[in-house]
Design a protein around this ligand. Sequence first.
Ligand code: SF4
Length: 386
Amino acid sequence: MDTRKQTTGADGTHAEAVRRAVGRRLLPWFEANRRVLPWRKEPREAYAVWVSEIMLQQTRVDTVVPYFARFMDRFPSPAALAAAPLQDVLKVWEGLGYYARARQMKAAAERIVAEHGGRLPGSAEALAALPGFGAYTVAAVGSFAFGLPLAVLDGNVMRVLSRIFACPDDVSAPAVRERFRERAGELLLRGRPAACNEAWMELGALVCLPRSPRCGECPMQDVCRARREGRAEAYPVKRRKMNIPHKIVGAAVILNRRNQIMIAQRRPEGGMLAGLWEFPGGKIQEGETMPQCIARELKEEMGLTLEVGPELTVVHHAYSHFTIALHAHFARIVAGRPRHLECAGHAWVKLEEMEGYPFSKADLMIIEALRAVKGGVRFGAVFPGA
Ligand code: SF4
């Protein structure tokens, strides 16, 4: 059985026609239509390529542009990134999400300084040995910065190729993705890996859109099987997504009489938001009211007995694998001193001082709600009888 045909929908003649169209139509189209982006300055600098590619994973270009500028300004080299405290790196990353990326970049920068003299190494093997360098990042940095003949396979490229080859198989299957990576590698033109990779990515971002692809403007329309079938949107084929779990979470905005607010730092091993600061709390349990949930969580996490007061806000936020409704309540300590039973530390800060700490997006939304409180956040107004 021809496994190629099975996994990408390609046959030799068609694949050869696609390859010819890359040189004749896709690359000229890319030269004429490529977006001017801050990380595309020639000659390509490996560090800037790396920073931009990590930021662009899971994040839109428009969102990344200002983050990239701030990051490069604050950490202009691997050495600067390696020397910076993790808190500073997380602060610059604040709001971009997927914070593991920032932690891994810092760890990789430390290795680049220690083992490669502060410069990103130029071989696929050495890049792959760095923290956070999966197949995508190795191929992107390797081809864009060092001209290595490695195919970059992101969501955009998968979508375009699955349509051009009318691939009937589930593209979320690892074996199918691997076959596409090989296929994309076969479509790289000799001496032009960076241009080929970026052209496919740009085509996916600007023309071969997930919904309503602009086939009439597409330089690859003559060789696109999905277009010929008249059902471009049927590809890529994906198995149905599982239901995303929804979590209901409580958070305490603990005030003291000096109108300071207590924030807690997550432990270094504290999952995807490790190292960030938060309004402490946790998931509601069956049969609990929200004030009971917050009181229990603070007892477990910090050994505190709280009076839980009025609700400040409810924040709705979507992460990659779950959504949350975060109920923030004001609270005051009635017994105990903060202990770090399930957190790395705590701080009492004024609202205006919170700027100095890195928070996740959901906690930033609580801070916004605090800033919107009429007359300012005052202990006496929230707990008048205390
Ligand atoms: S012809 Fe349409 S479906 Fe095919 S690659 Fe171009 S935009 Fe995508």
